[in-house]
Design a protein around this ligand. Structure first.
Ligand code: SF4
Ligand code: SF4
Ligand code: SF4
Ligand code: FES
Length: 990
């Protein structure tokens, strides 16, 4: 099939006698692949580029043999992919591949139609190999809990190395090309388990054969592969034994029959990751309820990328601890109940409380782990059925301040571009975000652009995480002072003629008042408050001014402060002053934490907004919703989740319905929150597991996780994606949307949604932001980035023709400096920071139920700097007691130079040792987001000493081996390497 010509088409070439056209810069292999021509290639992967290790893609171009993967097309090329010499060279190259791979497809778990070694053997019609298989003198490495490496199956294509070095950029893998027996190495020669490998799975995903395989596949995918090792070896010997007589043709025929039998029992279902807000999507391969593997390839946000959670973090789905029947509190304990009984009780008690105390005595907490459709139904239940705007979600705990900062300045509360814009920026500034651990796949894109394409990276953080170590400039302002340097740098740019005046004149309002507000923010004052030298701040300002395209990424290190909204606003102001909006490669990127925290807000799970950020106090908006829902709606703003806790304490809020949130431990000042829950008259908690919050419930309803339902999630880049049902809901549990609908109907709502697509149709009809969203437009891997017009046009880059205000202009929004709360003093002398860890998600309810994750990262800890450890006489494993003004915890210390001086850091991912017993009830002044990051403690060193809380097998103890990629040139320098065809060409000449 030839491509239709268009204005980009510049080259005309002939391939196997067929004229075709292609775009400048295309790789020859890609052009050939588009035609009905099959050429062999083993090391090439479109998302990895030309690796050039396998030589099997050699074709004849204008009479010369070249690698099709490494050849860029040119006008007038004549290409022959199957000339006698091209074919002979391909066969010779592939023969070498077979010499390092034991071909036993019929009894191989990778015999699923996508094994490149199998497929190439067939394509080239190989009957016998000329170079015999030579075993490599290494054992299989099975040390990692998730995958294994079999050197004897490894064809040394280097895909895994390229993926690890330059896509994931963890830089763990290499090949020892100079060794007589090259192999893939972890950290230059460690076991996988003791290496720096983060188990992201990139390498396993791209391996073209069975050398790297998910352990969950082994013994489960094939019909004959679950045999005992000894029997399996016997069968492999049989297969190899008959090869000289039958040739590979016969053997492949048998293996293809076996493969087609697998098609009937292996299901491949697309889903979207349930963990963070990056929005990775992938196919999940299952056999009954067994998850064989996760295959990322076509996801618009992630391609081949995942982190350990998305690739391997699904065991919780089959945990024996899943809730499978409703529970009702009776006396001090819970008893199992039928769905009918539990739902009637919920409806009866909510109705009674509404009658006795009014609808505003009831609060609803929606889950940012659940789907858009479920969030929509929850707020509809609150507003249309119960009659209150008391509905909120956990964006209150993290992202509400960022949304506020963007609402104030540019109009939409979402990332202003896409992940690809981050890749194309000249300068990325990361403020208060441990991106590689919190948003791992986004980090890979920035790490890769920085490593390979010269992107500049500036990091502002109090903790020296991986991005800080990679940064061109890493700065540690005093905790909570980001607003100060941001304002000072912006003032410097304006005062030194370094602002983008043309952009401001055309697109921005409010410059004069804004500039006046910056008067206090001199460089000297900023240096005094932040601790950063004036010269450094000036360097920051000049670097921003000199960079054509700047993106700022920020997260909870900014938002979870008393001035989280103001600091987010200051970031957006800086971007406006420098003209870093409205162009690819620029903009504001507040990184959303949960998979659907963006969607929970978009869907109106907020006390002041109906779906699509339409204000509850706008009569026109309310009229539209009232007409559609056929009910009157409350006009006054409801309570956010922080205010709900206070209202419970004050006796104003008497009942709560919460689903998919561990509010009892993720809210700040957890003791205060627990005390509130104990005061509730009636509390419904709906979750997959019996969470800590369930302990306070009167009724617990068993929900189904994302793999067991359909719906959509909206990721941090405003990307709406469909998830399909991978597994049936575990017997006894139900998808949240069905449960919410049942509760609504018990209260007389009369809803009749049969499928989440019908809910989305209703959302689209009422929400201009989602006007053109439909399940058809989201089919498979298709996605839309809001706002989506009625005709389906979406906006990967926001603000292409103006900002989201009536006059199309952005607004500079002055913000003053107030300073952080809960400051250290003589009694509480240390600053306690907290945040995420790569392996665990949030409170860990899901990830601690993944044995491989729990094995490598079994517990929480407090990070202590080497200097503080020496001063206090403690080591890793020492137990300490941290005491704040609000509570105390016992926890083991981990001594690390990731933290400096008197800074402590505690991961938030533990439901047992809760950092939130220490955090305060102070909040962001504009949004009520808790000021989690403003916590002072004192540390008592206890007499007990234990093991280090992080075992040696944790990746943080590894030693990566950065290199430019697979470094194929080193292979080519080997004395035994020659370009395939050398002999053949010599023969031809003679
Ligand atoms: S970090 Fe580990 S799992 Fe990820 S690509 Fe590298 S070696 Fe593979
Ligand atoms: S382990 Fe790596 S080098 Fe070996 S075959 Fe797989 S991807 Fe290629
Ligand atoms: S947790 Fe985030 S980065 Fe990891 S696979 Fe899931 S969506 Fe991707
Ligand atoms: S595919 Fe071109 S060298 Fe391997």
């Amino acid at each position: 099939m030839t491509r239709p010509p268009n204005e980009q088409t510049v080259a005309r070439l002939t391939i196997d006698g067929v004229p075709t056209e292609a775009t400048a810069g295309e790789r020859l292999v890609d052009v050939i692949e588009r035609m009905p021509i099959a050429i062999p290639h083993v090391c090439y992967h479109p998302q990895l580029g030309a690796i050039q290790t396998c030589d099997t893609c050699m074709v004849d171009v204008n009479g010369a043999l070249v690698r099709a993967c490494a050849t860029v097309i040119a006008d007038g090329m004549t290409v022959n992919t199957a000339s006698e010499k091209a074919r002979a060279v391909q066969v010779e190259a592939f023969d070498r591949i077979l010499s390092s791979h034991l071909l036993y497809c019929t009894v191989c778990d990778n015999n699923n139609g996508n094994c490149l070694v199998h497929n190439t053997t067939k394509l080239l019609a190989i009957e016998h190999q000329h170079i015999p298989f030579r075993s490599k003198p290494y054992d299989v490495d099975e040390s990692n809990p998730f995958y294994r490496y079999d050197p004897d199956q490894c064809v040394l294509c280097g895909r895994c190395v390229e993926a690890c070095q330059n896509v994931e950029v963890n830089e763990t893998l290499s090949i020892n090309w100079e060794d007589p027996n090259p192999r893939v190495l972890w950290d230059g020669g460690s076991t996988i388990q003791e290496s720096s490998c983060v188990s992201c799975g990139h390498c396993v995903t791209v391996c073209p054969c069975n050398a790297l395989m998910e352990k969950s596949m082994l013994g489960h995918a094939g019909f004959f592969t679950s045999l005992k090792k000894k029997t399996l070896k016997g069968m492999i010997d049989v297969v190899k034994g008959i090869e000289p007589e039958t040739g590979y043709g016969g053997i492949l025929q048998v293996s293809e029959v076996e493969h087609s039998m697998r098609e009937h029992r292996i299901r491949r279902t697309k889903t979207v990751c349930t963990y963070c807000g990056v929005g990775c999507s992938f196919d999940v391969w299952t056999r009954d309820r067994h998850i064989l593997k996760v295959v990322p390839e076509h996801g618009p946000a992630n391609g081949i990328s995942t982190c350990v959670k998305g690739k391997f973090g699904w065991d919780f789905v089959n945990s024996g601890e899943r809730l499978t029947m409703p529970l009702i509190r009776e006396g001090g304990t819970f008893r199992p109940a039928s769905w009918d009984e539990a739902l009637s009780l919920v409806a009866r008690r909510l109705a009674e409380i509404k009658t006795a105390s009014g609808p505003d005595a009831i609060g609803f907490i929606a889950s940012s782990k659940c789907t858009n459709e479920e969030s929509y139904l929850m707020q509809k239940l609150a507003r249309a059925v119960v009659g209150t705007n008391n509905v909120d979600n956990c964006s209150r705990y993290c992202q509400a301040p960022a949304t506020m900062g963007l609402f104030r300045t540019v109009g939409y509360g979402g990332d202003s571009g896409s992940i690809t814009d981050l890749e194309h920026a000249d300068l990325v500034i990361i403020i208060g975000s441990n991106t590689p651990e919190s948003h791992p796949v986004i980090a890979t894109r920035v790490k890769s652009a920085h490593k390979l394409r010269g992107q500049k990276l500036m990091v502002f953080d109090i903790r020296e995480h991986e991005m800080a170590r990679r940064a061109d400039l890493f700065l540690r302002p005093k905790p909570g002072t980001d607003l100060v340097w941001l304002n000072a740098v912006t003032r410097y740019l304006l005062d030194h003629g370094l602002a983008d005046r043309q952009f401001i004149d055309q697109w921005v309002n409010g410059l004069d008042a804004y500039r006046q507000s910056l008067d206090p923010f001199t460089m000297d004052e900023a240096a005094r408050l932040t601790g950063l030298p004036v010269e450094t701040l000036e360097t920051v300002a000049r670097t921003i001014a000199e960079s054509k395209r700047v993106c700022v990424l920020w997260a909870m290190g900014v938002t979870q402060h008393h001035q989280g909204s103001d600091t987010s606003t200051a970031i957006s102001n800086l971007l406006l002053v420098t003209g870093n909006y409205m162009r690819p490669g620029t903009g504001a990127y507040p990184l959303r934490g949960h998979n659907n925290v963006q969607g929970a807000g978009d869907m109106g799970s907020m006390p002041n907004m109906l779906p699509g950020y339409q204000s509850v106090d706008d009569p026109d908006v309310r009229t539209r919703f009232e007409a559609a829902w056929r009910v009157g709606l409350p006009a006054t703003e409801g309570l956010d989740n922080h205010q709900m806790v206070e209202a419970i304490h004050e006796g104003r809020l008497k009942a709560m319905y919460l689903y998919g949130e561990e509010m009892g431990i993720v809210d700040s000042n957890a003791n205060h929150v627990s005390a509130a829950f104990e005061k509730l008259d009636f509390f419904v908690v709906q979750d997959v597991f019996f969470s800590e919050t369930c302990q306070f419930a009167d009724v617990v309803l068993p929900a189904a996780p994302s793999l067991e339902k359909e719906g959509t999630f909206t990721s941090t880049e405003r990307r709406i994606q469909r998830l399909y049902q991978v597994l049936e809901p575990l017997e006894g549990s139900r998808p949240d949307w069905r449960i919410i609908q049942s509760v609504a109907n018990q209260l007389g709502a009369g809803w009749s949604y049969q499928h989440p697509s019908e809910i989305m149709d209703e959302i689209a009809s009422l929400t201009p932001l989602f006007a053109g969203v439909s399940y058809e437009r989201l089919d498979g891997y298709r996605s839309l980035q809001w706002p989506v017009a009625a005709d389906g046009a979406d906006q990967p880059l926001l603000y292409t023709s103006g900002f989201a205000f009536p006059d199309g202009k952005a607004r500079l929004f002055p913000v003053a400096w107030v300073g952080p709360t809960d400051q250290p003093d003589h009694q509480f002398d240390l600053h306690l920071n907290n945040g995420r860890m790569l392996e665990h998600f949030h409170e860990g309810n899901l990830t601690y139920r993944v044995p491989g994750i729990a094995e490598k990262t079994p517990d929480t800890f407090v990070e202590v700097s080497p200097e503080l450890a020496e001063e206090r006489g403690l080591q890793s494993g020492s137990w300490v007691r941290l005491i704040s003004r609000y509570g105390e915890v016992r926890v083991r210390a981990l001594v690390t130079d990731r933290v400096h001086g008197r800074e402590l850091y505690m991961p938030m991912n533990s439901s047992e040792i809760l950092v939130n017993r220490l955090t305060s009830s102070y909040t962001d002044s504009a949004t009520d987001t808790p000021a989690y990051k403003e916590t002072s403690v004192r540390m008592d060193v206890l007499a007990e000493r234990g093991e280090s809380p992080l075992p040696r097998i944790n990746w943080r103890f590894g030693h990566p081996t950065p290199q430019s990629g697979v470094e194929v040139e080193r292979k080519w320098k080997r004395s035994d390497y020659r370009i395939p065809g050398t002999n053949f060409l010599r023969v031809l000449k003679s």
